[in-house]
Design a protein around this ligand. Structure first.
Ligand SMILES: Nc1ncnc2c1ncn2[C@@H]1O[C@H](COP(=O)(O)OP(=O)(O)O)[C@@H](O)[C@H]1O
Ligand SMILES: [Mg+2]
Length: 340
């Protein structure tokens, strides 16, 4: 039995009585430990498919099984639980809470599990060390480069030891150097730690970090490309060159200016195809709402008292030790909940 099993999955959106068939019968197995890329033109249904795999959206038809559990029949709360326990999410736009430090951001999924403060802290530190950010624990997102912020998001996605990681265009907002740094990190998490990864990208080079590439065309799987180790090594060799060049340049700049470009907050990819795509406002809003879902969990899990002293209640009815969560964190969780 595969870790993820999708059978005849369809997804049709109905807006103003207009039907849009986006996914038209997807059959896909993802094995434990596999690294799978989903490629395709803009609008081919990649994000729609990933949202279904991540239980952020439901299929119109077909069946979906995660780790032996039939997802179709689960309630919203059960889905929220499944997302929190089984999956880690990484998005193009990082989705870090700006008033929280890197460590506090990484702790968030554990708060929703009702884990105590000490264990959360230990785990968050370990996760940040795993992504090479042990020295940035107490930094706020705006003090970090885009590449670092994405690594914080990756740490947050793995902190709870999920069965698998889902990433939607994880390098879409990064410059070349950070793109390859993030991909090398994915590679390491997959090959050394055995984390299963399903990643959407429209970048062919990025896609070749995976074991296989699912090519989506107009809502159907056109073909599945197996990536040979030789091919992957070629892509990684190019990446290594870019990283080395960028590092040499940064070293020279540092000597010249006494500052590192690591602190630059903008890592916008210059010639990103997708970044130029105009996304309809309504769809964008829906997307953001969907993406927020992953860490919001059950609606009733987090509630506030009248005195602006929120009490965090986790799924297993265990109360979170309030003293462990700073007021900013609580306010941010509240703010996030309001958006749902
Ligand atoms: N909520 C929605 N309502 C209507 N159409 C949607 C909705 N979400 C996505 N679509 C449409 O589905 C198609 C595929 O979207 P998406 O999965 O985001 O594509 P990709 O990620 O491959 O660029 C697009 O034509 C998009 O306009
Ligand atoms: Mg997309």
């Amino acid at each position: 039995m595969a870790l993820l099993e999708l059978r005849d999955i369809t997804r049709t959106f109905v807006n103003d009585q207009v039907e849009t068939k986006v996914l038209k019968g997807i059959n896909l197995d993802v094995e434990k430990g596999e690294f799978v890329s989903i490629m395709g033109a803009s609008g081919s249904g990649k994000s729609t498919l990933l949202n279904i795999i991540g239980c952020l959206d439901r299929a119109t038809d077909g069946t979906y099984v995660v780790n032996g559990v039939l997802v179709d029949k689960l309630s919203e709360n059960e889905l929220a639980d499944m997302r929190n326990r089984e999956m880690g999410f990484v998005f193009q736009s990082f989705h870090l809470l700006k008033n929280l430090t890197a460590r506090a951001n990484v702790e968030l999924p554990l708060i929703y599990r009702g884990m105590n403060g000490e264990e959360r802290k230990t785990r968050a530190i370990k996760a940040l060390e795993r992504v090479g950010l042990g020295h940035r624990m107490d930094h706020y997102p705006k003090q970090m480069s885009g590449g670092e912020q994405q690594r914080v998001a990756i740490a947050r996605s793995i902190v709870g030891d999920p069965s698998f990681m889902l990433a939607d265009e994880p390098t879409g907002a990064l410059d070349t150097k950070n793109t390859w740094n993030v991909m090398e990190l994915f590679y390491e998490l997959n090959k050394k730690e055995g984390i299963t990864i399903v990643m959407v990208t429209h970048d062919t080079q990025v896609a070749h970090y995976a074991d296989k590439i699912i090519w989506l065309v107009d809502g159907v799987i056109d073909r599945i490309e197996v990536v040979t180790e030789d091919k992957r090594n070629k892509v990684r060799a190019k990446a290594a060159m870019v990283i080395a060049e960028a590092k040499a340049k940064a070293d020279i700049d540092m000597v010249k200016n006494g500052a590192s470009e690591e602190h630059s907050p903008t890592d916008k990819k210059a010639n990103s195809v997708e970044s130029a795509t105009v996304v309809k406002e309504k769809e964008k809003e829906q997307k953001e709402k969907k993406e927020k879902k992953w860490f919001l969990g059950k609606k009733k899990q987090v509630s506030a008292t009248e005195q602006k002293k929120p009490v965090l209640v986790a799924d297993n009815k265990a109360n979170i030790d309030e003293s462990d969560v700073n007021i900013e964190a609580k306010d941010n969780i509240e703010e996030a909940n309001k958006h749902e």
